[in-house]
Design a protein around this ligand. Structure first.
Ligand code: NOJ
Length: 751
């Protein structure tokens, strides 16, 4: 009812304000509902709504005169464009919207999409880092901050969150996800969707979110981006799909499909995933956008022979909007007219798209997200930076701390070494198209704001290359200029803070790595500094788990600091000086060597899990099976004692468990208490551990808290091959502890 009224009013406003092209009648613009509007649309206009282009020209400049840009421009004016991505700023967004609203026959407003992945102008930590906080409220706030900024700059639709589970540190896009676990990944998906979309999507500071990449993209073979994914139904339903389901249940407005083939079928053409599962079984009402050119890539996949087939296969499979393939706009009409794609599929897709526009309030006010005032006040604001800092501090994971290395005493001298310590760009991380380069707080600045006793030596450059998304980063392999000075500073210092790791553009799309050690000559430099002073705190910046075996074996302290965005330096400095006690825990397993990858905690047991004899069991003969740091691992400056857990009812369909956790150290701190289960006998078999609960608690020094967990059929089961949840009666292990390795085991029988 409300919708009808709004649309009707819009029609009247448009008629009376005369803002449509004067050669057209106003009647076309008067509609009382989406159905009514659709009844007025031609097939060409409907297909236009299913078309998404990247911005091809700044509308504040002269119109394009040739090539694709001219074609796109004509499509825009002709009502053959439903959405646009990569428009920067309100002035441009307003111009685009004016063209769509004033110059097309029906005046349907555009969606403005953008990769708002971890903040927009103000950058929060990369999503993998954020996930290590296990703090759902903070992640929700971080997404809300990103939405506030993006919506103040003309954006109303983000291509986030990426909810792909991945077990492969080589894959560059692990930086964009929430790690390897489907339970935690689902909760984070929900938090992020709720953060972006808020309680009221039509409010000016909230934007539509996208669950991507549907599906299997994170299971790319050998960790190479865009590569084939081949997974069975058990893994698909229990590992890959749960975060997507959680996003759908959180009312995420859109899904994005993916570049990869899944079991031989390009995701964009996957009818089982898109039409049967998402739209029918899950009853999902939003729309599915393709990934960039993923439709056209079906030809390279050897799945479609030409663009006619691309359009037909995509639309029939349930892909509703085509990003940059030109498939729908140029080929779909023919497919419909030939009867190859049913008209009801087109109507279904268009309705879904228009409903998202309506939910955003665009029919009510197409310029809702074009507020020049907000662009000045809501971007890079003190509040946004405070949110980014809070998130950054909780994303840091302390991996090792011996010999009282940390926290540092601000009254004592410390040697700070390494090019990344004075870098205001790389720590911003990848996927930061809306932000400005060189705007991060460096670690040097952060430490100097808390202590006057910091001696800095940059040492050699680690990288060279342009600070551009599409540019290659060159790793410095041999220029050691500055190394002697760095060694000299280290030699005379009591403690050394050495900052090493990856460049922010070494992870992200298209940035898989075959080696996951410290890039270039950094390991050599580390050894050289260690030779003169072993008292090193290694601050590691990276977009993925790295092989830190040497550092772990030799150094007293290691801190995983990822890429923490704008507030990087302030966040790390607070942790180094103990103003903030680290509380992050890993959401991806750290391997001992790249050859252990893919490595993850929730694996299936083999028939030969343990050493019965020296040879014939499932293992490597030249390295341990154990990871370097397990999933869920992270230390604190304080110590926590876990009391003996008690199960309060050991039979039935529900079980509750309680345990006391005490802060036995000297710092007030946060701890993430984790709960895992194992279904001992199940068909198909279940993993040896599955995270099913956690609580992040805050304990003052000396304080104890009792934690209660409840398990029931909603978390003791698994998905069968049809995607239906089922539980099996029988024995379970229930495990609690500070990480996925150090657990106490209790028993429970599910009736
Ligand atoms: C390709 C990426 O895979 C996707 O995640 C992103 O949203 C689009 N490009 C648009 O930039």
């Amino acid at each position: 009812m409300k919708r009808n009224l709004i649309l009707f009013c819009l029609g009247l406003v448009l008629i009376f304000s005369g803002c449509f092209n004067d050669s057209r009648t106003g009647e076309d613009r008067v509609f009382s509902s989406i159905d009514d509007l659709m009844a007025k649309m031609t097939l060409e206009e409907k297909i236009g709504q299913m078309n998404l282009y990247s911005s091809f020209w700044s509308l504040t400049g002269p119109a394009p005169i040739g090539g694709d840009a001219k074609m796109k421009y004509d499509h825009l004016k002709n009502g053959q464009l439903g959405a646009v991505l990569n428009v920067h700023g309100v002035e441009d967004a307003r111009k685009w919207q004016e063209m769509a609203v004033n110059e097309t026959r029906l005046g349907i407003p555009l969606l403005f999409g953008y990769d708002v992945i971890h903040g927009h102008k103000t950058l929060a930590p990369i999503p993998l880092a954020e996930s290590c906080s296990w703090n759902l409220d903070l992640m929700k706030k971080s997404a809300a901050m990103a939405a506030r900024e993006a919506s103040a700059m003309g954006i109303n639709w983000t291509f986030a969150p990426m909810v792909d589970i991945s077990r492969d540190a080589r894959w560059g896009r692990v930086m964009e996800g929430a790690g390897e676990d489907p339970f935690l990944g689902s909760l984070i998906a929900k938090a992020r969707v709720e953060g972006f979309q808020g309680d009221d999507l039509s409010a000016p500071h909230t934007i539509a979110a996208t669950a991507k990449h549907f599906a299997g993209y994170g299971f790319a073979e050998s960790g190479k981006d865009y590569n084939t994914a081949d997974v069975g139904l058990n893994t698909l339903h229990n590992m890959i799909l749960p975060p997507f389901k959680a996003a759908a249940e959180s009312d995420v407005k859109t899904f994005m499909n993916s570049f990869n083939t899944l079991n031989g079928i390009p995701a964009t053409a996957d009818e089982f995933l898109q039409r049967d599962l998402l739209k029918e079984k899950w009853n999902y009402p939003g729309f599915i956008v393709s990934d960039w050119g993923s439709g056209a890539e079906m030809i390279a996949h050897g799945y479609a022979k030409d663009m006619d087939e691309v359009a037909e296969l995509s639309a029939n499979a349930g892909s509703d909007m085509d990003m940059e393939s030109y498939a729908f706009v140029n080929h779909l009409q023919k497919a419909v007219e030939d009867g190859a794609v049913p008209m009801e599929y087109i109507d279904d897709a268009v309705k879904r798209i228009l409903e998202v526009k309506e939910d955003l309030g665009l029919f009510e006010d197409p310029y809702k997200y074009c507020n020049e005032e907000r662009e000045k006040t809501d971007v890079f604001s003190a509040q946004n930076r405070a949110d980014a800092l809070a998130m950054a501090k909780e994303s840091i994971v302390l991996l090792k701390n011996e010999k009282n290395m940390l926290p540092l005493d601000p009254d004592k001298k410390v040697a700070l070494i390494g090019a990344l310590a004075d870098d205001d760009n790389s720590p911003l991380g990848n996927w930061r198209l809306g932000s400005d380069n060189f705007t991060g707080v460096t670690l040097k600045e952060g430490m100097e704001s808390l202590s006057t006793k910091v001696d800095f030596e940059k040492g050699p450059d680690y990288f060279s290359g342009d600070a551009m998304f599409h540019m290659h980063i060159n790793v410095n392999e041999d220029n050691k200029k500055g190394l002697d000075e760095a060694i000299a500073l280290a030699r005379n210092a009591e403690k050394v803070v050495l900052v090493m790791g990856e460049h922010g553009f070494q992870s992200g799309e298209g940035r898989s790595r075959g080696n996951i050690g410290l890039p270039g000559f950094q390991q050599e430099m580390l050894s050289a500094i260690y030779a003169v002073n072993p008292n090193i705190v290694l601050v590691v910046m990276s977009g993925r788990p790295l092989d830190l075996s040497w550092a772990d074996a030799n150094l007293p302290a290691v801190l995983a600091c990822w890429q923490l965005g704008t507030e990087t330096g302030n966040a790390i400095a607070e942790v180094l000086y103990g103003k903030t006690v680290p509380s992050g825990k890993l959401t991806m397993t750290f391997p001992r060597s790249v050859s252990q990858v893919p490595i993850y905690y929730n694996y299936l047991n083999t028939g030969r899990p343990g050493p019965k004899n020296e040879v014939f069991w499932s293992h490597y003969s030249d390295m341990s099976n154990e990871p370097l740091y397990p999933f869920g691992f992270g230390l604190s400056y304080t110590s926590f004692e876990y009391g003996k857990a008690k199960i309060t009812n050991a039979k039935g369909k529900t079980t509750s468990l309680s345990l006391e956790v005490t802060n036995t150290g000297e710092f007030d701190a946060k701890e993430i208490v984790q709960l895992y289960i194992r279904d001992l006998v199940a068909r198909p078999a279940r993993p040896i551990k599955e995270l099913k609960g956690f609580e992040k608690i805050e304990l003052k020094a000396g304080e104890s808290k009792t934690i209660n967990f409840t398990l029931d059929e909603s978390n003791l089961g698994s998905f069968n091959d049809n995607g239906d949840w089922k539980t099996e009666a029988g024995d379970f292990h229930i495990m609690v502890g500070p990480n996925s390795r150090d657990l106490q085991i209790l028993e429970f029988e599910l009736e």
